[in-house]
Design a binder for this molecule. Structure first.
Ligand code: 5GP
Length: 112
């Protein structure tokens, strides 16, 4: 069965897509935690960060390249935060890995 992000990839669920290529897709988060909150995901289904395999290194590394492309495209010059939650205690709610791209406000540290 497809997860919610696979349905977004297959256009079965609408989303506001910022970027797409053969390996990845990026779209605005439905419940933004910052003025700019984008999810960057691989098209390959990997359920949790801890299950990223050696063979996935290129795909996962590519997500960071996409973050740079998006920052350039949206003229984000004051910084952004990239977060990937792993598991329940970290707040992972969708089990298809995704890099949160957060920008547009001063982000506090440590995170909650
Ligand atoms: P997690 O909690 O797993 O780190 O992040 C999952 C994110 O997916 C959440 O920030 C949530 O708002 C977002 N999300 C869940 N369902 C949808 C959806 O159908 N469309 C979009 N655009 N974002 C979603």
């Amino acid at each position: 069965m497809k997860n919610i992000f696979e349905k977004i990839i297959d256009r079965e669920i609408p989303s506001d897509i910022v970027y797409e290529d053969d390996i990845s897709i990026a779209f605005y988060d439905i419940n933004p935690q910052a003025p700019t909150h984008i999810l960057i995901i691989p098209k390959k289904r990997i359920t949790r960060p801890e299950l990223i395999d050696k063979i996935d290194e290129e795909v996962v590394g590519h997500l960071f390249t996409v973050a740079r492309i998006i920052a350039n495209k949206l003229n984000i010059s004051k910084g952004y935060r990239l977060v990937m939650n792993n598991g329940e205690d970290a707040g992972q709610s969708v089990f298809h890995i995704h890099l949160h791209f957060l920008a547009g406000r001063k982000l506090s540290w440590p995170p909650g």
